[in-house]
Design a protein around this ligand. Structure first.
Ligand code: HEM
Ligand SMILES: *[C@@H]1O[C@H](CO)[C@@H](O)[C@H](O)[C@H]1NC(C)=O
Ligand SMILES: *[C@@H]1O[C@H](CO)[C@@H](O)[C@H](O)[C@H]1NC(C)=O
Ligand SMILES: CC(=O)N[C@H]1CO[C@H](CO)[C@@H](O)[C@@H]1O
Length: 336
């Protein structure tokens, strides 16, 4: 073979390897089996939103947690739930160690609405749409209902039959350094742009005082507040979260437009008004490549919107089960 042929062969092999894990995810996966899937999800979410303005934030966070089970910690790759496979939704039963019980998950919510979506879909196309895909579709519909960008959701994931508590406990932490959290993304094939764009989901939803109150009173054991925190915002947050008060009190992740999906999360960071320490690190870690990305998204909402969908697709591509692997659960809380 000529060196050109070698090059082409190598390129084809590489494409096969890279494309192999998600070859069957497609924007038209349900075109003939459940063409109305998106509008059914949208209908249930519009209804749910009328009684819970936070539901969209809850649902996109479920998709993130579902996808982010850390592969490295899995003891048995053959059976462990790695990636976007709906395992997060399983209740404890028959040897399933539910991810719902993992530490970062104590505030995860929205499970009832996932069940409502599943019921609505089983009524129109029984046994067709996986719970893992429901989370991916619900994430996109939630962003779009809150005024954010649209993107073509890739579908065709199947549901896992095991859950993995060790992995779920390895989710990124609000108290970790940028370096540690970025590594959790790069380990899963995501990059700095994905980390910054996806963190932009903190443009809506709420966080509990315990997830940021060390910044307000005793930052890193210094006895002082986090010096990167804007002093006016610090005073506001101290009123919401008094020292030694109820750690479960919630506040807006984006104080400027709490329920809208926009780029204010990034302008907040530029003004030292990031709520979580991990949010502010994206802008305040000196020399980090994330600083320029925050600036680009803070200065241009369309730059953020253009990146958000592709990064959601990258996240949704983390080790899905496809083909004959896994199953289509008929109840998202239980394996069939
Ligand atoms: C470095 C990565 C991340 C860290 C450290 C982080 C941390 C957190 C924390 C601590 C909370 C508050 C939870 C509580 O009150 O118990 C939260 C809420 C939230 N997170 Fe993240 N997160 C990260 C990435 C993401 C990503 C990638 C998404 C989605 C694409 C996301 C979406 C959300 C949403 C929407 C909420 C609000 C949920 C609600 O209102 O119920 N986060 N996050
Ligand atoms: C699709 O679903 C929506 C929302 O549930 C419903 O209004 C519409 O009639 C459905 N269309 C078809 C063709 O089933
Ligand atoms: C702050 O935290 C450090 C380390 O945990 C502790 O030794 C110190 O007593 C705390 N200071 C205050 C004022 O609570
Ligand atoms: C919504 C949900 O299922 N949350 C669970 C998270 O984990 C705790 C235990 O660690 C459960 O009590 C919650 O029900």
């Amino acid at each position: 073979m000529s060196s050109l042929q070698h090059l082409i062969t190598a390129g084809l092999l590489l494409a096969l390897v890279l494309g192999g894990s998600n070859a069957q995810l497609s924007a038209t996966f349900y075109a003939s089996s459940c063409a109305n899937v998106s509008s059914v999800v949208r209908g249930v979410l519009e209804q749910a939103q009328s009684s819970d303005v936070r539901i969209g934030a809850k649902l996109i966070r479920l998709h993130f947690h579902d996808c982010f089970v850390n592969v490295i910690l899995s003891l048995s790759l053959a059976t462990a739930s790695v990636g976007c496979d709906g395992s997060l939704l399983l209740d404890n039963a028959n040897g399933i160690e539910s991810e719902k019980d993992a530490v970062p998950n104590v505030s995860a919510a929205g499970f009832e609405v996932v069940d409502d979506i599943k019921t609505a879909l089983e009524n129109v196309c029984p046994g067709i749409v996986s719970c893992a895909d429901i989370l991916a579709i619900a994430a996109q519909v939630s962003v779009s209902l809150a005024g954010g960008p649209s993107w073509d959701v890739l579908m065709g994931r199947r549901d896992g039959t095991t859950a993995n508590r060790a992995g779920a406990n390895n989710l990124p932490s609000p108290f970790a350094t940028l370096e540690v959290n970025l590594k959790k993304f790069t380990d899963l094939g995501l990059d700095s742009t994905d980390l910054v764009a996806l963190s932009g989901a903190h443009t809506f939803g709420r966080a509990r005082c315990i997830t940021f109150s060390p910044r307000l009173y005793n930052f890193s054991g210094t006895g002082n507040p986090d010096p990167t925190l804007d002093t006016t915002y610090l005073e506001t947050l101290r009123q919401t979260c008094p020292d030694g008060g109820n750690g479960n009190t919630i506040t807006n992740l984006d104080p400027s437009t709490p329920d809208g999906f926009d780029n204010n999360y990034f302008t907040n960071l530029q003004n030292n008004r990031g709520l979580l320490q991990s949010d502010q690190h994206l802008f305040s870690t000196s020399g980090a490549d994330t600083v320029a990305i925050v600036n680009s998204f803070g200065n241009s909402q369309s730059a953020f919107f253009d990146s958000f969908g592709p990064s959601m697709i990258n996240m949704g591509n983390i080790s899905p089960l496809t083909g004959n692997n896994g199953e289509i659960r008929s109840d998202c809380k239980k394996v069939n």
